[in-house]
Structure formats: C-alpha cells, structure tokens
Design a protein around this ligand. Structure first.
Ligand code: TXA
Ligand code: MG
Length: 323
C-alpha cells in the first residue's frame, strides 16, 4: 500500500541544487521552479519514480507528462523523429515556454506518455531547472499541484498543495511567466496548438507559417488530456463580470467574496493585476492561491476578447467550475 501525507516537506534554497540532483538521481521527486509554473520532477527514464508523480498529484494515469530537456540535443534523445520544423521552432523559442509534441523514442517509459506514441518535450528557461537538467538528463515534470488545482507559481503554493506528499521543494522565487507553456503538436500535417500559452499562435506563425489552434470543445470530446475545462480551478466559486463594469462588480460582491481586477476599483478584499497580458498572467495564479485561502467566492473582471489576451482568457475559463 502506498501511504501519503506522511513525509515532511522541506523548502530549500538554491544552495541545495546538488542535493536536489542527488535526490532525483536516487528516484525521489523534487519540485523545481520553471519560468512558467513550478514542476514536480522525476527522472524520465525511471518508471517507478514517474509513477510516484501520479500518486503524489492524484493524477489520472491517462494524462501524459511533459519531458523537460536542457536543449535540442537532449530532446532528440527522447523523440523518434526531429523534423526541420522542430529545429526551426526550438532555435526560435527554446529555452522557453513552448512544448512540442513529437513521435516518442522507444526508450521513454510508457507511464510518461500515458501509453501514447507521442511525447511532449520542452526546454525550460529557468536557470535553476536548466542547471539540474544538465546533471540529471531528461526530467518528466507536470505542474507541482494536486490534479485539477491551480498551478503553483511560488514555492509556498507547492507546499500548500503537495505538503506531506513530497520531500523537497527547491525555491527559485516567483515564476516569471506565470501560466503553463504553449503545447504545440507537430504530429499532423498542420502544426496544432493544443494549449495556449505565452508563445502565441501569431508568434509561431511568424516563424513557421501555417498553425491551427484546437478550439475548446465540449468536455468529454477527444482532446489533449489535461486540457479539460475544469482544470486549474480553485476551491472557491469563480464568477466573472464584464471588463470595466463597476456596477456589475459591486453587485457580484454584495454577498461577500474577493475580487481580481485590472481596470476596476474595489475597496474590499482584492488583488489588482496589471492591465497587460504578460503582467496579468504573471500574477494570476498567485492571486487565485491567495484569495482562495480566505474566500468562498472570487469575482474576476473579464479581460479583453483579443488575440493577445487569449491564453489568459483560456486560464480564466478553466478557473471557473462552470467551464
Ligand atoms: O509550463 C508547463 O508546461 C509546466 C511546467 C512545469 O513545465 N508543465 C505543465 O505540465 O503544465 P502539466 O502536466 O500540468 O501539463 C502538460 C500538458 C497536459 O495538458 C498534457 O495532457 C499535455 O501537456 N501533454 C503531455 N504529453 C502529451 C502528448 N503526448 N500529446 C498531447 N498532449 C500532451
Ligand atoms: Mg498541470
């Protein structure tokens, strides 16, 4: 029987990188900072260690993990094909928040890819994660939170979600990007965005031309696992009000709760996020974690309906239990 909730969870500083590397090599899980969100890492080649990721997160075995690599050379060791498109994309966007889905190498354990013939790979930009990867080789790492909860952008968020279930969290400060990477599949004829992120479809098109975006389809339909509408949701009820609508905000908060605003003013409990997509994304999960701890209802001012805000709008939709 696997027991959970019995280990002591330690947050350590960057002077403990060597210890984190040693633990990973020994098959232990370690939470590490990336530029997007914190990841819960295990050696990608160690099926037993990877299995412990699924247990710690309560993640369904049908949801494949991203394999993190230091660079394109390491990426080539976990894929079966490296098309010129992959080289062009990684030259342009790696290290950074772009994950590529490619045919997988036979050496990647089934559990990593949930039995799929493809593997998701990404080279994170965070210097700490990169230093670890150079010493450990490829690391499987989903976001370091309980399955379906809001991703962590600070070491404390990891402890709040996975405390008692993992031993070590390497604190690399708050994440710069703040939302999960763009996932781009190169399996079909046309490159397809499966999850929106900081690398936008427009940025991809500038480099490789034609790119399609898999539309949000109804829950239950065939789609990338882990892109379900109810992912990334806080415990609190999440309600939206129209961008710039003071009156709607006041009405939504008459029975209590806290607000996340970016143009509106609010005197009660709230978090104010910057009125630009990058700044909003950077602060969003921290605001959700902070307000979720003390409130049953979070009222969020909607963001503009434009291409630049699409990744943020996607995460806001998923934060709502209404989908
Ligand atoms: O920014 C990120 O991507 C963060 C940091 C830690 O790197 N990681 C992350 O991992 O968000 P996770 O496991 O929370 O989300 C991975 C997403 C899921 O939606 C999963 O279904 C999808 O990538 N994915 C993984 N392998 C796939 C594959 N072979 N085909 C299609 N989708 C895949
Ligand atoms: Mg996740």
């Amino acid at each position: 029987m696997i027991k959970v909730g019995l280990v002591e969870t330690e947050i350590v500083g960057l002077d403990a990188i060597d210890r984190a590397v040693a633990r990973l090599r020994a098959g232990t899980l370690v939470a590490l900072p990336t530029e997007t969100v914190y990841g819960l890492a295990a050696l990608a080649s160690d099926a037993d260690a990877v299995a412990r990721i699924f247990v710690a997160k309560g993640r369904p075995a049908t949801n494949p993990l991203i394999v993190h690599v230091s660079d394109a050379t390491q990426a080539r060791s976990v894929v079966a094909e490296w098309p010129s498109l992959a080289q062009t994309l990684t030259d342009a966007f790696w290290p950074g928040p772009l994950t590529l889905v490619l045919p997988r190498a036979a050496s990647v354990p089934d559990i990593v890819t949930a039995g799929l013939d493809s593997v998701a790979v990404r080279a994170p930009a965070h210097p700490v994660f990169r230093r670890v990867l150079e010493q450990t080789g490829p690391l499987a790492a989903p976001s370091a939170n309980r399955s379906n909860a809001v991703s962590p952008t600070r070491a404390e968020h990891v402890r709040a979600s996975l405390g008692g279930r993992i031993e070590l969290i390497l604190d690399g400060g708050p994440c710069e990007v703040g939302i999960e990477s763009t996932v781009l599949s190169l399996l079909g004829d046309t490159p397809t965005v499966l999850r929106l992120g900081a690398v936008t479809p427009a940025m991809l098109r500038e480099v490789i031309g034609d790119v399609q975006v898999r539309e949000l389809v109804e829950e239950g339909a065939r789609r990338s696992p882990g892109t379900g509408a109810r992912h990334y949701a806080p415990d609190a009820e999440v309600v939206f009000v129209t961008h710039g609508d003071e009156e709607a905000l006041r009405a939504a908060l008459t029975e209590g709760g806290a607000a996340i605003v970016h143009t509106l003013q609010h005197a009660g409990p709230h978090r104010r996020l910057p009125d630009d997509p990058e700044g909003f994304a950077r602060g969003l999960y921290d605001a959700l974690h902070a307000l979720d701890a003390d409130h049953d209802r979070i009222v969020i001012e909607r963001v503009p309906d434009s291409a630049e805000w699409a990744a943020v709008a996607d995460r806001l939709r998923r934060a709502s239990r209404l989908g």
